[in-house]
Write a protein that binds this ligand. Structure first.
Ligand code: FMN
Length: 355
């Protein structure tokens, strides 16, 4: 099946079916309410810097699309909205544009409409293993500020036509880090990144990880809905809940590499909890898909909801900057507390706000 056709199937399924696995671990994390915060709402400065670029608040729209003529409008609407609100976004996998010249514009529209925003290019690990040089091509195509190499082996495993080549992946990533002109982000797509993998990625000279943890969109479910193979469909549903929940992955990675929290981030409070756990930024995909089909105004409204929620959490915890949020005490319970103990991470560091 052509990559472009698969891309449009994914969008339809994500809009029509229940594709979220649930439980990110953020449910077990509580920011402690300050009934009298020591600041005025107007003093709060949510802005931050990430990989040398300023963002109005620590948030990106995660990679989704491009690669089929019908997706150009989605990318255009996302790009207009991120430019006007001062955040950033990733384009979807650019593999289709390497295979078919006719869809290049579905990606280049992003830089056209967002000349100043933080934009990251996107390509899959199996493609990089085969041909590390394509990293330069995808960066040039969208004049990107960074490149994300995505890891989606769960999805590939459930796809009949999936590319299950993983050997040589670290070497290929190391190669790209040496040769490409922009910072490299390694990005999971819903199954999380563990501490062990983050350490190896740091050794390969990666600049940041996007944990893409479990709890939001599950590509195992997306592929199960798409599958014409009965066995793979069943296995796709069996693995709906597979992966490291987003919050677990944040605490695993955040002291190793700059960390983007993705996977089930559904509002500004989720962003605030992620930052408090140690992430630099958060990003989110699915909640922006339906608004992007409607238009740039609908995307801007959704961004505003995330920003206002984030600012509200900062106000109610008495934080002027995202940096201050990182030093606030957190009440951590449930499965993520078990995970911290399992990892030998001191829970007290979180309860006393000294991380
Ligand atoms: C429709 C759709 C298409 C996606 N396509 C890509 C892609 O091409 N490349 C990629 O790295 N991630 C892709 N993702 C994964 C997201 O970037 C993100 O990691 C994942 O959806 C988890 O975030 P969420 O729970 O907020 O949706 C896609 C997600 C959606 C919903």
């Amino acid at each position: 099946m052509k990559t472009s056709k698969r891309k449009i199937d994914h969008i339809k399924i994500c809009l029509q079916e229940e594709v979220e696995s649930g439980y990110t671990g953020l449910e077990d994390v509580m920011l402690i309410h300050e009934a009298i915060p020591d600041l005025d709402f107007s003093e709060i400065d949510c802005s931050t810097r990430f990989l040398n670029k300023k963002l109005s608040f620590p948030f990106l729209i995660a990679s989704m699309t491009g690669g089929h003529e019908e997706t150009a409008r989605i990318n255009e609407n996302l790009a207009i909205a991120v430019e006007e609100t001062g955040i950033g976004m990733g384009v979807g996998s650019q593999r289709a544009a390497l295979e078919e010249k006719s869809v290049v514009e579905t990606f280049t529209v992003v830089r056209d409409k967002a000349p100043n925003a933080f934009i990251y290019a996107n390509i899959g690990a199996p493609q990089i293993i085969k041909e590390p040089e394509i990293a330069d091509k995808v960066v040039e195509m969208v004049e990107a500020d960074a490149i994300a190499i995505h890891l989606n082996y769960l999805q590939e495993a459930i796809q009949n036509e999936g590319d299950k080549t993983a050997k040589g992946c670290f070497e290929a990533i190391r190669e790209v880090c040496k040769s490409v002109k922009v910072p490299v982000i390694v990005k999971e797509t819903g199954a999380g990144i563990s501490r062990e993998i983050a350490i190896k990625l740091k050794e390969a000279k990666v600049s940041a990880v996007d944990v893409g943890g479990k709890g939001g969109t599950s590509f195992s479910l997306v592929e199960a809905y798409r599958s014409e193979d009965e066995v793979l469909r069943d296995v796709g549903f069996d693995f709906a809940d597979w992966g490291i929940p987003t919050a677990f992955s944040i605490v695993d990675c955040a002291d190793i590499l700059p960390t983007i929290a993705t996977g089930g981030i559904r509002n500004g409070l989720d962003i605030a909890k992620s930052i408090a756990l140690g992430a630099e930024l958060a990003s989110s995909a699915l909640p922006f898909l339906a608004p992007a089909q409607r238009g740039a105004t609908a995307v801007k409204r959704q961004i505003l909801r995330f920003l206002t929620g984030f600012k509200t959490a900062m106000f109610l915890t008495g934080c002027r900057t995202p940096e201050e949020l990182r030093r606030k005490p957190l009440f951590i319970t449930g499965k993520i507390a078990d995970w911290l103990r399992f990892r030998g991470i001191d829970l007290k560091a979180f309860s006393e706000g000294r991380r």
